[in-house]
Write a protein that binds this ligand. Structure first.
Ligand code: ADP
Ligand code: MG
Length: 695
């Protein structure tokens, strides 16, 4: 194994490399662009491109690509060689400043939701210098944002960058009120990534896994996760070998892979990196998922990132740890030592509470998708209701502030007006509530509803924008205040009172919580189709417009694309189920049934007095389930045939949810019952027991 310090960032054009390869003045100009989050000065682009190319070539690179994140939720790259013909039939390697700064992929096949009319098929990509260029598979990758010629965002990165700007702008205003001199505030994220690993040979025998990434059939195995023996258990050698190599690959890319462990379900694992600015962690998380798949393949394994690959077994999420840090290195969600710091902390905390309460719908949208719908609310993941956990101590402090009563915590302080009397906040919030979607964990919030395969861009765009909006209101008000401390106190009390319904420290998986949440007026949006219309709700259009994150056309495009995507995913799943049921399951069941009948007949032929009751009983069950299977196939088939293709994307998506998913569930129930009663050797593909315990 290679030395970590030696390989870390070896494939990244990072600060150290820049300093080494760029002339001093160019380096300084580029550094300033990065630190201020501004656009690159065109006059230095040529020199930067040249240095980047020389560095890449020294590492055997021949191609470059503008690497971007289209609305399909994955990443896209098109490789161009550094090749330029010169006289004499020779070529030289070249890479200009304009090639670095801007690319023009023929992007007509990427989803645009109608933003880019076909006569204007080309979008353009623009370098985001705050995310370092890197080398992957021998190609120099330049992280870029992807826009139409009209300037509309066609990707997930552009609104994320805009939301970071919005948050920074408003947070700096608030900090100034406390006498702070930070020039920028950066949203930071550490995404914990869950995944399953299964043996490739077993995987290859299941069309559902191949085509959809999750199982569409499968009865529960005799042993699941009930013994809790997998979580944090000893890691098996094959998995460990995978993790070792994954870490190496991630470290080379400058990704701070830190923690690895087994998760709750058999064959489930997790990797957590150290946090980074959210645009960087978005890139890094995409690369992590890509590397997980690639490295698994080298080890004869398959990495499943679907949210719910196995029914009845825990699904996979991505815990989005979010906070804000100033350019002077202060974490704004870290409770301060002095009362003055505490007041500032409290104001930022209240801004997050307000944002989450006011934008429950957008947060739910930001974690939506056909796959995650199977996971949310499944008694293993946060419900499809957004609420916040603060822990008892912090909640008590807020209660005391709100009521003006004495805080009965460790320090027994009066919670009277003004920042000077605020108590010290608990520093280490070690009590954990795993059932809460949005939990304060001491110095950051952990949003746990995100699905394993999702980009972290969407949910952080919403969090950044929502918090920016709350901070903007606070700054507007406090900047006008005659008596800052009194105004601050009033504001905090008022906001706690207005938004305390979102705070829930109890068991988020319980049925009682669903009822209570309803009584509190919190939103429950069980499916993607219920959630998506929030994207085009007037107040949300205004919110995103106010902070210049997304305009109305961009939001409409996203709404359409996500509805379409949902319908497409379910169509593929339904068709895969039909293929498997018709061509694999039903033939196997009929063969098995025939054998049972033959067996009964043979026994009777041999000696009419012998009992054939076992065969008959089983035959009756198989026969009944087989007709349910056959009915299930017909019903699902007609559900697919009748997809309302001519209607609106919303109607189509609603039909998928109400009709196709129901038919899929009925077909699955019949097949899963048959799996448990017919001869194991006759079952046409590996079962859960073989999939989950394949390594
Ligand atoms: P756990 O939640 O398992 O106890 P940690 O609290 O150590 O683990 O951190 C989980 C994740 O939160 C890690 O990815 C870590 O880098 C990230 N994290 C820690 N501090 C911050 C922060 N200020 N901003 C964003 N993410 C953070
Ligand atoms: Mg955690």
């Amino acid at each position: 194994m290679e030395n970590m310090e030696a390989i870390f960032g070896s494939n990244v054009f990072n600060d150290a490399v820049m300093q080494q390869h760029l002339p001093k003045d160019i380096y300084r100009a580029l550094r300033k662009t990065i630190d201020d989050g501004r656009h690159l000065d065109p006059s230095i682009a040529g020199a930067v491109a040249h240095a980047m190319k020389e560095w890449a070539i020294s590492k055997g690179v021949t191609h470059y690509t503008h690497w971007f994140q289209p609305l399909s939720g994955t990443t896209a790259e098109k490789h161009d060689a550094f090749i330029t013909p010169v006289s004499g039939g020779r070529v030289i390697e070249s890479f200009s400043g304009s090639e670095l700064v801007r690319g023009e992929p023929d992007a007509s096949s990427f989803p645009s939701g109608g933003l880019r009319s076909t006569f204007e098929a080309r979008g353009y990509t623009a370098w985001d210098p705050t995310s370092y260029a890197f080398i992957k598979d021998g190609v120099l990758c330049i992280p870029t944002a992807f826009c139409s010629y009209g300037g509309e965002a066609l990707d997930k990165k552009t609104p994320l960058l805009r939301s970071m700007e919005a948050l920074s702008r408003q947070a700096v205003r608030v900090l100034r009120l406390f006498g702070g001199d930070a020039r920028r505030v950066i949203a930071t994220v550490g995404p914990e990534q869950e995944y399953f690993l299964i043996d490739k040979k077993v995987w290859a025998q299941r069309k559902d896994l191949i085509f959809t990434g999750r199982t569409l059939f499968g009865a529960r195995p005799p042993k699941g996760q009930e013994l809790d023996d997998h979580y944090f258990g000893a890691i098996k050698p094959r998995v460990l070998a995978f993790m070792r190599e994954l870490n190496q690959e991630l470290w080379k890319l400058g990704i701070l892979a830190k923690t690895e462990h087994n998760e709750a379900a058999p064959a489930q694992h997790e990797m957590a990196p150290i946090y980074a600015p959210v645009n960087v962690s978005t890139d890094h998380n995409q690369l992590t998922m890509e590397m997980m798949r690639k490295v698994a393949d080298r080890h004869g394994l398959v990495c499943l990132l679907a949210e719910k690959p196995f029914a009845g077994v825990n699904g996979s999420g991505k815990h989005n740890n979010w906070s804000m840090t100033t350019d002077t290195g202060v974490n704004l969600l870290e409770p301060g030592d002095s009362p003055y710091d505490s007041a500032q902390f409290l104001l930022f905390l209240v801004a997050v509470i307000k944002a989450v309460d006011e934008h429950q719908d957008l947060l739910r949208v930001s974690v939506s998708g056909a796959g995650n719908d199977h996971r949310l609310g499944g008694f293993e993941a946060p419900p499809a209701i957004i609420s916040m956990f603060l822990g008892d101590e912090l909640t008590d402090i807020l209660d005391a502030l709100e009521s003006g009563a004495a805080y009965a915590g460790h320090e027994k302080q009066e919670m009277a007006i003004g920042v000077h009397t605020l108590p010290k906040f608990p520093r280490d919030n070690t009590d954990r509530n795993r059932t809460s979607p949005f939990a304060f964990t001491g110095n950051k919030f952990e949003f746990r509803s995100l699905g394993a395969s999702a980009s972290v861009a969407d949910c952080n765009t919403v969090i950044n924008t929502g918090v920016a909006d709350a901070l903007m209101g606070f700054a507007d008000e406090l900047e006008q205040a005659q008596d800052f401390q009194a105004a601050l106190h009033d504001l905090i009390v008022r906001e706690i009172r207005a938004h305390r319904r979102i705070i829930f420290n109890g068991n988020g998986y319980s049925v009682q919580w669903r009822q209570e949440a309803k009584a509190r007026g919190l939103l429950e949006l069980p499916t993607t189709v219920d959630a998506l219309p929030a994207l085009i709700r007037p107040q949300n259009i205004e919110l995103f417009a106010r902070h210049k994150v997304l305009n109305e056309a961009e939001l409409h495009a996203r709404y359409e694309i996500q509805l379409e995507h949902y319908a497409k995913i379910i169509t593929i799943e339904a068709e895969t189920m039909l293929t498997m049921a018709r061509r694999e399951i039903l033939p196997a069941v009929l063969r098995s049934e025939g054998e049972l009948a033959l067996s009964a007949k043979r026994v009777k032929d041999y000696a009419p007095v012998f009992s054939t009751l076992p065969q008959e009983k089983l035959l009756a069950r198989v026969n009944l389930a087989a007709s349910r299977l056959s009915d299930g196939i017909e019903t699902l088939n007609s559900a697919v045939v009748n997809i309302p293709r001519a209607q609106s994307a919303y109607d189509r998506a609603a039909y998928m949810r109400d009709t196709v998913l129901q038919a899929m569930a009925a077909l699955r129930a019949a097949a899963d019952e048959l799996e448990t009663i017919i001869d194991h050797k006759d079952w046409p593909f590996p079962t859960y027991a073989e999939l989950l315990f394949s390594i």
